[in-house]
Design a protein around this ligand. Structure first.
Ligand code: SF4
Length: 512
């Protein structure tokens, strides 16, 4: 019997050497069938090799011979029995690791197009009712109920309507959109086609950032392969330049229209006046990719997962200084501590965890004291944070939280679209204050350890004696207040989250 050797062709696996490993197997076992699959999401094991269900990882080209001869100590046993996978509820990523991304046969064999076929029979009203009943909320960050958005577009008159997929995944430590587009592109296409049936749109756009060349290539091929299945719904892939603020829906629409990616004032909502002034659904990749499951298995089957108003599952991305980084899809409600300690295995460095940032570069930093926090929209909002796109970035105790707070301001200054003053100028002023505080803190520390050597610098320090680190911190608080309540969009409005959470939870890092 021909041996089947599966290796992922996900961009992360390739970056870890998967292509070279595949080639080495091809040379060593020429009669074996080498299958390039999607990724299981166990990134610390990539390149992960599967032979007859048994997993080995991470495999380098030096290990290939031992894997084939059965003498390798890289075995992880039967892949699907790995605790990282058995603890998950994989609804959106049900096919991850199991199928070849562009194989229509593989897709069909694992429930592919089942939701779309059901949707064609059910019609617009019932599809939207199902999405509402499922409790599906936008997975891109804001968590707005998808069904309400769809209902608004369906009810707004217009000869032309659009489905726009926001694939401008830009949060730190996030890769779920990329994995889905590379590993299961038909799932996204199916979700978009169902959205089209629901609201009466026959045209869709996927706006992908240019940093995702593998995803772009896979999407384009997949769209060509299944054009006749979803016809007359038609999809185009548009490549964005990788600007963070283009992940904001109105800015994305501007960019899609060929203009500078600048945030639009709302109202009008894009659901009423969106792309080229037409009613438009803008949902991100994970939102649309959750739709086929809901249509295929029923709204209740999806809503049965989760807690409170956070229904269904969330593909959570574990990244940063973490031992077992990767994609972990689970029902809402799992605690933050469980995610980073039990699932993620703690830090990769082996040092204690100091902070966890959830929700991207604009999410709050959470200390271990908050590890009981359930992973759901409302709990994180109550704790002054956000779950955003489901990214979790772990820091060990060597992290300098003043540097992290400064980074938030630097990021905002670099990515601001410039439309409103609190964000455009506030972030620059914030940066300046942090730089001044860092200098003061250095000087203070030097004075404590070597007062004589520090004297000349103390003498030359600015003469505004009234200014101290605590008055600078007050300035930062006031500035954050202005940014949070005065900014037009989430970039300026949420930058205070990482800054204020760092000041609140690690005051000792701010040189006081
Ligand atoms: S908050 Fe920043 S990114 Fe958003 S509209 Fe204002 S200037 Fe632009």
């Amino acid at each position: 019997m021909t041996r089947k050797i599966s290796i992922s062709d996900d961009a992360l696996a390739i970056a870890c050497g998967a292509n070279k490993v595949a080639e080495a197997f091809r040379k060593l076992v020429p009669d074996a069938e080498i299958i390039r699959t999607s990724s299981w999401g166990m990134h610390w094991l990539e390149p992960l090799v599967e032979i007859d269900g048994q997993g080995f990882g991470p495999v380098s080209i030096r290990d290939v011979e031992a894997v084939i001869s059965g003498t390798s100590d890289l075995s992880i046993g039967h892949i699907e029995e790995h605790p990282f996978l058995t603890k998950q509820n994989r609804l959106t990523f049900a096919r991850a690791g199991k199928t070849q991304p562009l194989s229509l046969d593989d897709y069909e064999a694992m429930d592919g197009w089942m939701g779309y076929r059901a949707a064609r029979k059910l019609g617009s009203d019932i599809i939207i009712e199902m999405i509402l009943e499922s409790g599906l909320r936008g997975r891109g960050g804001a968590g707005f109920p998808a069904g309400i958005k769809w209902r608004t577009v369906a009810d707004t008159p217009g000869a032309q309507k659009y489905i726009v997929c926001n694939a401008d995944e830009g949060d730190s430590g996030t890769f779920a959109d990329r994995m889905l587009m590379e590993g299961d592109p038909y799932c996204l296409i199916e979700g978009m086609a169902i959205a089209g049936l629901a609201v009466g749109a026959d045209k869709g756009f996927i706006y992908v950032r240019s940093e995702y060349p593998h995803a772009i290539a896979k999407l384009r091929t997949a769209i060509a392969h299944c054009a006749n299945i979803v016809a007359p719904f038609d999809i185009e892939v548009r490549v964005g330049a990788g600007v963070y603020v283009c992940g904001e829906e109105t800015s994305l629409l501007e960019s899609l229209e060929g203009k500078r990616g600048e945030v639009r004032a709302k109202p009008p909502l894009p659901a009423i006046k969106g792309l080229f002034g037409r009613p438009t659904v803008v949902n991100n990749v994970l939102t649309l990719a959750a739709v086929p499951y809901i249509l295929a298995h029923g709204a209740r089957a999806y809503a049965d997962y989760g807690m409170g108003r956070s229904r269904g599952t969330m593909p959570i991305q574990l990244a940063g200084n973490i031992k077992h980084g990767g994609l972990f899809e689970t029902a809402f409600g799992i605690s933050l501590g469980e995610l980073v300690n039990d699932i993620g295995g703690g830090t990769a460095s082996g040092k204690p965890i100091k902070a966890v940032q959830a929700g991207g570069p604009l999410g709050a930093y959470h200390p271990p004291a908050q590890f009981d926090l359930p992973f759901d929209y409302e709990s994180f909002t109550k704790a002054g944070g956000l779950i955003g796109h489901g990214g979790i970035v772990v820091f060990d105790d060597s992290a300098d939280m003043m540097a992290q707070a400064r980074f938030a301001m630097e990021f905002c200054a670099a990515e601001s679209c410039g439309k409103c003053t609190p964000c455009r100028l506030g972030s620059i002023r914030g940066l300046e204050i942090f730089d001044r505080m860092a200098k003061d803190a250095d000087l203070k520390a030097k004075h404590r350890t070597d007062p004589v050597a520090a004297l000349p610098q103390m003498h030359n320090a600015p003469k505004d004696r009234a200014r101290t680190i605590s008055s600078d911190l007050q300035l930062i608080r006031d500035l954050c207040d202005t940014m949070e309540y005065g900014s037009l969009c989430a970039l300026g409005g949420f930058t205070p989250y990482p800054v204020m959470s760092a000041i609140k939870n690690w005051p000792e890092d701010f040189g006081g």
